[in-house]
Every structure is written in structure tokens, then in C-alpha cells.
Design a protein around this ligand. Structure first.
Ligand code: GLC
Ligand code: MG
Length: 579
């Protein structure tokens, strides 16, 4: 039984989310119960004990709602039900109960920026006349040019191509255009419309009533657009990696979004217990992101600046300091994240030359990353992350050290990015491949048959969970030990203090402080009542090995130390003061 750190003995909540480790489940690719090759809710339920053994506090589920799957479920046709390929509403209820029985909290995904084009509202809007109330729930506009044949403005879809699609009138003549910042199957809602606001409050209540512990809010920085829908001149991509000050685009991070989250916070606060809102907002700099987690708004925001930071001591240290400062200025915990269903898995990303901009997918004809180097750095990055104060997010499969699938045949790709960019960007399928549980089973234990909606590469066998359990030094055991220590030592609630260190080496102390220096020589062998509650973290990003600080002994490491007990390149070590 896994008891979240911050749940007190009488069962009361004390801001559990501030230091929680939250595990992202991508339902299509986690576990398939019925052999159709697509993961499902009963599959997840059957594998919940894995999360308990791993030692996480909560899980976040990517969307499982009815959907044509134009964007793998981020195109929601009905916010109050379950997509039949994933199960039934009763399965969602059972999943929540079974997770709670194991001490795991459940965060669900909420997609408020857009619906599916199959949503009843959009179907109604298409059938209705321009200017009608049904159309006002979305962003319909007349086109430009003499016969309205040009899109209403210059905005582009995140997945490539224009952000507008022209509709046909009921009589077959060309009609108005509608806005979609993502796929054409994901029309943007009009958040100035009070019905839209009311609907989402109701959807929040629907899931809160079913017992969820929070919502991960998709595209939280996109809901409100600049009222004039002004043209936007897209800046050239910068490759320098420097932070460039740019004017804020008219479709992202508008100040008006905050009012929405203040309303939602009030809805959550009226429920007993502590349910959270987590912003998926690709907003920089950190100070701008921190506005989403002011005391009366959301609880957390994903720290994508951290995810994007280069694998260098300077970049890592800078992003850690900036993130801690920005979040603490508003009294929020920092979050840390290295992988999710939208980005190259970090075991592959970190193998790319340091400072390379993150590619959107890798294909067979691209240079293939060095898997061993990537895994080594990924393990070091993870052990660094899991020592940091605040909340951390893990993405399914990273505990196995899974790399990106970089040789997926292009014809099986399903991310709309591949199609919409005219086959220039591979997109995100490579991080979404069903994960391996058993090396010698069909689909590596993903399901009862060989079926897998994206093909798994043969190398998946060596990453399978059953090849790693109880294997000293395996990635899985590295995660498990790190999570146990983090929990026992209260690292998530600790205070970080940088230490002197050689160039290109990060070193800091982390611990709850209380009793950190006390007890020396007490002769107790219990970790909990001695200076052992403080951990000294060393991440070596330099070219040669470095010594641990004097007087310390090793507690945990992302890889073997040298024969003389030094920390090699691309290894993170956790140590403690020798007693
Ligand atoms: C978020 C999701 C991503 C999805 C997009 C549109 O960025 O994480 O997977 O494609 O929103 O909903
Ligand atoms: Mg299935």
C-alpha cells in the first residue's frame, strides 16, 4: 500500500500535490485488455500494482473520452463518457476506486480549447446560419479576398498548414471558415461565449462527483484569443538557444485566460478534499508561467523550460534556479518534467548534440541517436530531477529507460503533424508506442495478442519490465529506489542549497533541514533520525570523473562509480554525510 507522503495519519490532506510524483498514462499505449491492439481502461486497472511498486503518488490519464481520434483523443466529442475502444464509464469509475484503494490519486485530462468536429455543438454549428448562436460557440469568420476564398487571418495550425478550414453551406456553396489551432478535427471554442464557460464548469463537476483528484488542463494558454484576431507574423526559428524577447502572439497566453482559472479554482475549492488543476501551458519565461499558479488559480503548471534545457551544467543550473524563484514568488511548487506524449523521449533527446533544438520526431532516414549515451544521460537527468524540491511528472515507459522509436515506418504514423506538414515533420508517434511488460509474450505483454496500434521495435524485449525487476542497476530499480528515498527523506519538500563544485558539475544539498545536522554520533542506525535526511546530489556534466564531496558516502547513483569511487561523466550520485 502506497501512502502519499503528505496524507496525514488521520487521513486529512495537506497539499499532497506540492511534492507529488505523478505518472502519466497514455491509455492507448499502456496496457490492452481485449487484444485489439489499443490500450484500454481495464488494461490500466490490471496494471495499477505496477505504479504502487514503482512508488508514485498519482496518475494522470490522457483523454479516454468518446472521440474520432483525429488527434489521439485530444479531439473530444463527448466530455462525459468513455470512448468504446477504451471501455465504458463504469470502467472509469472502477479505475478511480481501484486507484484510491491503493493510495493513488487520479488526475484526468480536460480539453477546453477545442472540441472534436464530431461534438454535437459543432455539428449543430455547421448546420446553423452564419451569425447564429450555435456558431458563436466556436470561432467562425468570413474569409478574406473578393469571394472569401482566403483564410480570415495568417494564423497557422500547430500541426502545420493554416489554422482555418472553410465550411460548405447547407446548399453546397462555400461558406465561412472556422478556427482550429490544431487539427481541422479540433475546432476552437469561443471562450467569450457564456454557454462555453458554463459547460466546462459542469464538466468539472461531472468528474469531481465521480471522485477524480484533479485535471490536467490541455492548452491552458490558448483559450482566449486577442479580440481582433490580428494577423501574426511568425518569427524565424532561432537556433542560438538564447532566450529572445518577442511580442506575445495573439493566440497564446492572453491575460483573459486567468479569469477562467480563477472561476474553476472556486469550483474545486467547494469540494471536500484537495483536487488540483495543472496547466499545460507552453509559456515562457518562467515568470509568465507562474501567473497560472497564483494562489487563486491553478495548483501546478508543467515546467517545459526545464524539459527543453540543454544538457549542460550551466543550462541546468539556470533553469532550476529560475523555476524555483518564479514559482516561489507566487507560493506555488515547481514542477519538473522530462518526457510526455508530445516530445521526443528524454532517453533519445539527450543523445542529440548538446544544444540542438528538439526535433519533432525522428524517422528512418534521419541520423540515429546513440542509444547508450541517451540512456546514460537520461538516467542522470532523472536522478537529478527526482532530487529537486516540488512535484515531478513521469511518462509511462521512462522507468524502463525506453527510447523513442526512431525507425517507425512512415506509413503507420498517425500524428496529424506528419500529414499536415506535408511529410516534413514526423511528429509524436515515436514516443507513443505501446510499452513492453514481458520480454517473451506477444506484444511484449502489452496485450494478450500480437496486436499493437503502432509496431513495437524488436529491441523493446530488452526494456521489458520483467527483465528489470529485481535486477540491480536496471533503470526500473533505479527509479524505484529513487522514489523510495525521495519519499522517505522528504526531498520533494526540501530546500535546495547549491555547493561549491568544479566546472560543469552540479552539486547541491537537499533535505528537509530539520535535524539535518543534529544527531551526529548518536550511533543510531535509523536513517530517519540522523543527518542522513539530507542528500548531497552531484551531477557530473564534465568530461572526466569527479570526487564526491569529502566525508560523504554514496546512497544512490544513476550508474556505477569508477573503481576509485568517483562520479563519472553523465552520472548523478546521491550521497550523505558519513556518520
Ligand atoms: C496538447 C496535447 C497534445 C495535443 C494538443 C491539442 O498539447 O498534449 O497531445 O495534440 O494539446 O489538444
Ligand atoms: Mg484494447
Amino acid at each position: 500500500m502506497n501512502t502519499p507522503t503528505t496524507r496525514t495519519r488521520d487521513g486529512a490532506d495537506t497539499e499532497w500535490w506540492r511534492e507529488a510524483v505523478i505518472y502519466q498514462i497514455y491509455p492507448r499505449s499502456f496496457a490492452d485488455s481485449d487484444g485489439d491492439g489499443i490500450g484500454d481502461l481495464p488494461g490500466i486497472i490490471a496494471r495499477l500494482d505496477h505504479l504502487v511498486a514503482l512508488g508514485v503518488d498519482a496518475l494522470w490519464l490522457s483523454p479516454f473520452y468518446p472521440s474520432p481520434q483525429a488527434d489521439a483523443g485530444y479531439d473530444v466529442a463527448d466530455y462525459r463518457d468513455v470512448e468504446p475502444i477504451f471501455g465504458r464509464l463504469a470502467d472509469a469509475d472502477r479505475l478511480i476506486t481501484e486507484a484510491h484503494d491503493r493510495g493513488l490519486r487520479v488526475v484526468v485530462d480536460l480539453v477546453p480549447n477545442h472540441t472534436s468536429s464530431a461534438h454535437a455543438w459543432f455539428v449543430e454549428a455547421l448546420a446553423a446560419a452564419p451569425g447564429s448562436p450555435a456558431r458563436d460557440r466556436y470561432v467562425f469568420r468570413d474569409g478574406r479576398g473578393p469571394d472569401g476564398a482566403e483564410p480570415p487571418n495568417s494564423w497557422r495550425s500547430v500541426f502545420g498548414g493554416p489554422a482555418w478550414t472553410r465550411t460548405d453551406n447547407p446548399d453546397g456553396t462555400p461558406g465561412q471558415w472556422y478556427l482550429h489551432l490544431f487539427d481541422a478535427g479540433q475546432p476552437d471554442l469561443n471562450w467569450d461565449n457564456p454557454q462555453v464557460r458554463d459547460e466546462f464548469v459542469d464538466i468539472l463537476r461531472f468528474w469531481l462527483d465521480r471522485g477524480v483528484d484533479g485535471f490536467r488542463v490541455d492548452v491552458a494558454h490558448g483559450l482566449v484569443k486577442q479580440a481582433d484576431l490580428a494577423d501574426w507574423h511568425y518569427p524565424e526559428e532561432t537556433t542560438s538557444g538564447d532566450h529572445v524577447e518577442q511580442p506575445r502572439p495573439p493566440m497564446w497566453d492572453q491575460d483573459g485566460v486567468h479569469e477562467i482559472y480563477r472561476q474553476w479554482r472556486a469550483v474545486l475549492d467547494a469540494y471536500p478534499g484537495e483536487q488540483i488543476l495543472v496547466a499545460e501551458a507552453w509559456v515562457q519565461p518562467a515568470e509568465r508561467l507562474a501567473a497560472y499558479v497564483r494562489p487563486d488559480e491553478m495548483h501546478q503548471a508543467f515546467n517545459f523550460e526545464y524539459l527543453e534545457a540543454a544538457w549542460s551544467a550551466e543550462a541546468q543550473r539556470t533553469v532550476i534556479e529560475r523555476s524555483l524563484a518564479a514559482a516561489s514568488a507566487v507560493g506555488a511548487p515547481t514542477t519538473w518534467v522530462l518526457s510526455n506524449h508530445d516530445v521526443l523521449r528524454h532517453a533519445t533527446r539527450l543523445a542529440l548534440p548538446v544544444g540542438t533544438p528538439r526535433p519533432n520526431g525522428i524517422g528512418t532516414d534521419d541520423p540515429q541517436p546513440d542509444t547508450a549515451l541517451g540512456l546514460r544521460r537520461a538516467r542522470a537527468a532523472t536522478l537529478l530531477m527526482l532530487a529537486l524540491p516540488g512535484s515531478a511528472y513521469l511518462y509511462q515507459g521512462e522507468e524502463l529507460g525506453l527510447p523513442e522509436h526512431t525507425t517507425l515506418p512512415d506509413e503507420v504514423r498517425q500524428d496529424p503533424t506528419w500529414r499536415r506538414t506535408g511529410h516534413t515533420q514526423r511528429g509524436r508517434d515515436g514516443c507513443r508506442v505501446p510499452i513492453p511488460w514481458e520480454a517473451d509474450s506477444p506484444s511484449y505483454g502489452f496485450g494478450p495478442t500480437d496486436a499493437s496500434w503502432l509496431p513495437q521495435p524488436p529491441v523493446w524485449a530488452e526494456y521489458a519490465l520483467d527483465r528489470q525487476v529485481d535486477v540491480p542497476g536496471s533503470t526500473y530499480e533505479m527509479y524505484r529506489t529513487a522514489l523510495r528515498l525521495r519519499h522517505e527523506l522528504g526531498l520533494g519538500g526540501g530546500e535546495l542549497r547549491w555547493m561549491e563544485s568544479p566546472d560543469d558539475v552540479l552539486a547541491f544539498r537537499i533535505g528537509s533541514g530539520a535535524g539535518a545536522e543534529a544527531d551526529s554520533g548518536a550511533g543510531s542506525d535509523s536513517d530517519s533520525d540522523s543527518g542522513a535526511r539530507e542528500v548531497i546530489v552531484v551531477t557530473n556534466l564534465s568530461a572526466g570523473p569527479v570526487a564526491l564531496p569529502p566525508g560523504t558516502e554514496l546512497v544512490h547513483a544513476s550508474g556505477p562509480l569508477t573503481a576509485t569511487g568517483q562520479v563519472p561523466t553523465d552520472v548523478t550520485a546521491w550521497a550523505r554525510q558519513r556518520r
